[in-house]
Design a protein around this ligand. Structure first.
Ligand code: COA
Length: 260
């Protein structure tokens, strides 16, 4: 598949998606949103892909936000539609994806950029990364899930402070807040993401998908996460991977999962 604003490569069952608008600090314009949608749908459907690492091109930014130049003339209705459609196209798609997605935050992750990272299942950052939700400086609020996901990740008090002040935080602060799980030197960021992903995709794929659904269920309005966990746990017993996992443990060998 040919893309203009993102680069997609696959190696050892890991799909790398790199947002590639370096001159605009990888800001998310509508074409980039469409391409991300296509790339993630493809990755989730491609049996040769076990997990996805998402990052930004260049040394400066993961994503410096939604492309502000596209906002200038939007009406109330258009603003509402933009948030609703794009949340569904990319942010919810990633969060509810059946394969693990790691955001490797290699610089600024602001506004829609931090929201994109927060839609991923795991976030790690380079030590030069800066994160924030500066929308109120533009007379806006986060519109791609930021008010919800930041609150879930760091708690209401810190989320309120970050959103209301619009301040950026450092990678170290983000680590302390639980917004990212590791901070590395810039040149080691992708290697750390790969180390995590290699371990994750050595586990049973259907169990990974079931775990993602169960964790998400507890954070979904009107859904009982404990009931989802029970149902997903039960379904695992019907998989070949479960039989393989147990046989491998009892046989003192490494499991060879097939995702069936
Ligand atoms: N949307 C559109 N363009 C953006 C952008 C965004 N969110 N963020 C950066 N850019 C563009 C700049 O307009 C500039 O383009 P130009 O060279 O054609 O003028 C280019 O990327 C480089 O950015 P610049 O501001 O010159 O870099 P800097 O190092 O001085 O500042 C930031 C970096 C991240 C602090 C600054 O770009 C910024 O504040 N960006 C907006 C962040 C934001 O509010 N995001 C939330 C949007 S809802």
């Amino acid at each position: 598949m040919e893309f203009e604003n993102i680069i997609v490569t696959t190696q050892n069952r890991i799909q790398y998606i790199t947002i590639n608008r370096e001159s605009k600090l990888n800001a998310l314009n509508k074409f980039t949103i469409c391409e991300l949608h296509e790339a993630f749908v493809d990755a989730f459907n491609n049996p040769d892909v076990g997990g996805i690492i998402l990052t930004g091109a260049g040394p400066k930014a993961f994503v410096a936000g939604a492309d502000i130049s596209e906002f200038a003339d939007l009406s109330l209705e258009e603003g509402t539609a933009l948030a609703r459609e794009n949340q569904k196209l990319v942010f919810d798609l990633i969060a509810n994806g059946s394969k693990p997605v790691i955001a490797a935050i290699n610089g600024f992750a602001l506004g829609g950029g931090l929201e994109l990272a927060m839609a991923c299942h795991i976030r790690i950052a380079s030590d030069n990364a800066k994160m924030g939700l500066p929308e109120v400086t533009l007379g806006l609020i986060p519109g791609y899930g930021g008010t919800q996901r930041l609150t879930q990740l760091v708690g209401k008090g810190k989320a309120m402070e970050m959103i209301l002040t619009a301040d950026m935080i450092t990678a170290e602060d983000a680590l302390q807040y639980g917004l990212v799980t590791h901070v590395t030197a810039t040149e080691e960021l992708l290697a750390k993401a790969e180390e995590l992903m290699i371990k994750i995709i050595s586990r049973a794929p259907l169990a990974l998908a079931a775990a993602i659904r169960s964790v998400n269920a507890g954070l979904t309005d009107g859904v009982n996460g404990y009931e989802t966990e029970i149902a997903e746990f039960g379904k695992c017993f019907g998989t070949d991977d479960f039989k393989e996992g147990v046989a491998a443990f009892l046989g003192k060998r490494k499991a060879e999962f097939k995702g069936k």
